[in-house]
Design a protein around this ligand. Structure first.
Ligand code: SAM
Length: 206
């Protein structure tokens, strides 16, 4: 079923072999309660409690492809949720820092991921301001919909670093890629629209 899902995601336009291979390695059904695990290999988001979702595999692949992760890259993920996206980044050889706003989800995932053998650095708090104490990062990935691009996130990127963030209103958000070319120069590209849960916190929807 996982192989079939990888094919489906490739058909939808994901080209990175590394990303597709990572998707093919992570047992997504472990992230689901047993009674719901028949849904694990559908290309769909799914509720994980606390009003949050595990992102759709295509969306995870799309954001990860834009990030262009290389082995050893230091990546900040904002919105740990179930931890699924973090495992994809770990499979790509990244050093992962991940921050979650909701205490219950943080407490669940900080135990669950290591039980599967995945080692990330977990934080609980408002990621809309980034995680300045561990900056700078090669990449920052926001997995919740933001009203605007928080300036703090751009500041926490290394030169050459990339920020992938969905920006829009509560109905749909456009995927934005910001590439920090030099200390003062950025490029910005906009891609398809997606639908995320809202980024909360000071630089989010409050
Ligand atoms: N990456 C997750 C995964 O693989 O399961 C999907 C996460 S879900 C679509 C978005 C997550 O962002 C939710 O868990 C939500 O609680 C979290 N979130 C929202 N605002 C946040 C903030 N300001 N800081 C950190 N996490 C936040």
């Amino acid at each position: 079923m996982r192989k079939q899902l990888v094919k489906e995601v490739a058909t939808k336009g994901i080209k990175s072999r590394a990303v597709l291979e990572a998707l093919g390695k992570v047992p997504r059904h472990f992230f689901f309660e047993k009674i719901f695990d028949v849904h694990a290999y559908e290309d769909k988001a799914f509720p994980i409690g606390e009003g949050q979702t595990i992102s759709q595999p295509y969306t995870v692949a799309f954001q990860t492809e834009l990030l262009q992760v290389k082995t050893g890259d230091k990546i900040l993920e904002i919105g740990t949720g179930s931890g699924y996206q973090a495992t994809i980044l770990l499979e790509l050889g990244a050093k992962v820092f991940t921050i979650e706003y909701q205490k219950k989800l943080f407490e669940k995932t900080i135990k669950f991921l290591p039980s599967m053998g995945y080692k990330a650095n977990f934080y609980q708090g408002d990621g809309s301001k980034g995680l300045p104490e561990k900056a700078p990062y090669d990449g920052i990935l926001v997995t919740a919909g933001a009203p605007t691009v928080p300036e703090a996130l751009v500041q926490q990127l290394k030169v050459g670093g990339r920020l992938v963030i969905p920006v829009g209103d509560n109905k749909k958000q456009q995927m934005i890629l910001i590439h920090k070319i030099s200390r003062t120069k950025l490029t910005k590209k906009a891609f398809d629209h997606f639908r995320f849960v809202p980024l909360l916190g000071e630089k989010g929807w409050k």
